[in-house]
Design a protein around this ligand. Structure first.
Ligand SMILES: NC(=O)c1ccc[n+]([C@@H]2O[C@H](COP(=O)([O-])OP(=O)(O)OC[C@H]3O[C@@H](n4cnc5c(N)ncnc54)[C@H](OP(=O)(O)O)[C@@H]3O)[C@@H](O)[C@H]2O)c1
Length: 428
């Protein structure tokens, strides 16, 4: 029989135990698909005695993931510990230096060190695959790298953090403020130990940077992603947006423009009846647009044991079959850093502000917008108290710079109480 592919797994948490289960439960199916058996030879985690709900019998054990990564009898090092640096990076580098291929689910490590690791791998003639790092079970890395290889990619968009989508959906459904739903999500165990990775848009930003590198043939550049989280989204904005036929999503968009590569992860209004607007709860969605293919919509579980382990296994099987792809779909040494472009492609904006109730207040706001070259599409005044009136304005398409300039002048009118909220309306 053909030689088995021997894997070593570092990290036996949610994803690692999921991978062990698939290898144990589907050995025949995997061998048939891969053309050779997939065999776990050894594993590593922090605590050897923890009950992980799966048998580890028959596998070697290493306390040190670097020792696992460099074992003679390991062909593929499967890194499922997490963290941009520390043991994940040390063990991945050691594996590549020791002549192993690497499979990882670690978006943080790849978003920051991906270029260096890809160069190391390709210099040594090895591969790094990372399907599970972006949108969990959705095979979006393979879709972009292989399925759309004949296209010029025109735009990549995605809702890629299930926790943020859960929070925004739940706020709308239950009419609860952000703080209450955030606490609920924490109690349900949906948030990372550092919640800012989720609600600050960082985790989703890592994923967007990886997709942009593949889509546009550029070095992964997470530092250039414009990041804005969902912490400022109020129940008032969610309600008002819903009344106007929109939903608010933490949306990632990457597109190459004449000015350079735009990468932004920020709350956006999308039409409630669009595929992205319909996305509820913890599900992820990635929208890919290519010049030949048009638009493709991929939807599915972005996290969890089964979906993420499914993606890890797709990479393991790819290697077992003998398919050897470059990390980002082109040789890493040839990749250049794209000029980062601030996201300034014109778009309509939603503006919410509280106007002091005195004659001419609205006219003053309209003048500031008009002076900045911004025209108003729709305007609505909602509930009114004794002294102020909440006003919502939807602008026609305008450049972000023009909007920022108007926002700077609004306080000087003396008729706007507090800060105006501005949210981009994405054409999806
Ligand atoms: N969970 C998801 O749904 C999901 C989705 C997509 C991508 N990912 C990515 O997949 C990776 C793993 O995530 P996870 O949710 O499975 O994490 P997790 O449940 O926290 O598990 C992490 C595992 O790594 C082990 N570990 C940590 N430090 C170690 C060290 N120094 N030496 C050896 N082992 C060490 C831990 O050991 P102990 O168990 O002994 O503590 C644990 O088994 C991360 O990169 C994450 O971003 C996760």
């Amino acid at each position: 029989m053909t030689q088995p592919l021997r894997i070593g797994i570092a990290g036996l948490g949610t994803v690692g135990t999921g991978v062990v289960k698939i290898v144990r439960q589907k050995a025949n199916l995997l061998a048939a698909r891969a053309g050779r058996p997939i065999q776990i030879v050894a594993v590593s985690a922090r605590s050897r005695n923890k009950d992980r709900g799966v048998s580890l019998g028959g596998y070697g054990w290493e306390d040190d993931p670097v020792a696992l990564a460099t074992r003679e009898d390991v062909d593929v090092f499967v890194e499922l510990m997490g963290g941009a640096d520390g043991p994940a990076k040390a063990a991945t580098e050691a594996a590549l230096a020791a002549g192993k291929d690497v499979v990882t689910a670690n978006k943080a490590m790849l978003a920051i060190h991906g270029q260096d690791l890809a160069e190391r791998a390709e210099t040594a003639g090895h591969v790094i695959r990372f399907e599970a790092a972006v949108a969990g079970g959705i095979p979006v890395v393979k879709a972009l790298t292989e399925g759309l290889a004949g296209n010029e990619v025109t735009r990549v968009m995605g809702v890629m953090n299930g926790t943020c989508n859960y929070i925004l959906t739940r706020m709308e459904e239950a009419g609860l403020p952000y703080e209450d739903v955030f606490e609920e999500a924490r109690q349900l165990g949906y948030l990372e130990a550092d919640p800012n990775l989720d609600v600050g848009g960082i985790d989703a930003g890592h994923k967007l940077a990886l997709l942009a590198a593949i889509a546009y043939g550029t070095q992964v550049n997470f530092d250039a992603v414009e990041l804005e989280g969902i912490q400022q989204i109020s129940i008032e904005d969610i309600r008002t947006a819903a009344n106007m036929g929109f939903r608010i999503k933490l949306l990632g968009v990457a597109q190459m423009t004449g000015r350079g590569l735009e990468q932004r992860m920020s709350p956006c209004l999308v039409p409630a009846d669009s595929p992205l607007g319909q996305l509820q709860g913890g599900t992820n969605m990635v929208v890919l647009e290519g010049d030949a293919v048009g638009q493709i919509v991929l939807r599915g579980a972005g996290a969890g044991e089964g979906p993420t382990a499914s993606a890890v296994m797709s990479d393991v099987i790819e290697i077992a079959r003998g398919t050897r792809l470059t990390t980002f779909g082109q040789p890493a040494h040839g990749l250049e850093i794209a000029r980062p472009a601030r996201a300034s492609a014109p778009a309509p904006y939603y503006l919410r502000m509280r106007l002091i109730d005195k004659p001419g207040a609205m006219a003053k706001v309209a003048t500031v917008l008009g002076d900045a070259g911004i025209s108003i599409d729709r305007m609505r005044q909602t509930r009114h108290d004794d002294t102020t009136a909440p006003v919502v304005i939807v602008t026609h398409k305008t450049a972000r710079d023009a909007l920022d300039s108007a926002l700077r002048y609004l306080p000087g009118t003396g008729v706007v109480q507090g800060e105006a909220v501005a949210i981009r309306i994405e054409d999806v």
